[in-house]
Write a protein that binds this ligand. Structure first.
Ligand SMILES: [Zn+2]
Length: 157
């Protein structure tokens, strides 16, 4: 057996800790996907949002466009460090970002705990992250649709 696999199997607590940390980071990436994938797939929004038209650009404040500093980009904690406001312009940052990061960390740790260090755990984690991303995009799409019908600007809080 591979030494990492053996260590993870012998110390389930370590595996659960690593999985939770990894889940927090992936949750942060889910936020990026939820925000950028709909923009990237719509030519009109793509040209209006040059900062968010691909996945390689650094995270930026949606209000003022200033890049997020690395210490403010730490999953969940960064948001609390900023008390939910942009460091540069002071505009509120949605509590949905840390909530999704927390949900992802919690769920990934739970899968690690329930399934152990197995392929089933890895597959379940991929499915879980995909579900988070798809749900977020679906919610925003429905929200944008009703905003359009009611003639109010689209957004989430
Ligand atoms: Zn800002």
């Amino acid at each position: 057996m591979h030494s990492i696999a053996m260590a993870m199997s012998l110390h389930p607590g370590m595996w659960i800790c690593y999985a939770t940390l990894y889940g927090l980071i992936i949750g942060s990436f889910c936020n990026v996907l939820i925000y950028r994938l709909p923009i990237m797939s719509d030519p009109e929004r793509r040209s209006a949002n040059p900062r968010h038209r691909n996945l390689t650009r650094r995270s930026a404040c949606p209000a003022c466009g200033n890049p997020i500093r690395w210490r403010h980009n730490i999953p969940v904690f960064g948001w609390f460090l900023l008390s939910g406001h942009c460091h540069d312009c002071g505009e509120p940052i949605s509590g949905r970002y840390p909530a999704i990061e927390f949900l992802s960390g919690l769920g990934t740790g739970l899968i690690a705990w329930l399934c152990g260090f197995t392929w089933i755990a890895g597959t379940a984690m991929l499915a879980f992250w995909a579900c988070i991303t798809a749900t977020g995009i679906f919610y925003d799409t429905v929200n944008r649709y009703f905003a359009f019908l009611n003639g109010r600007p689209a957004g989430f809080d």
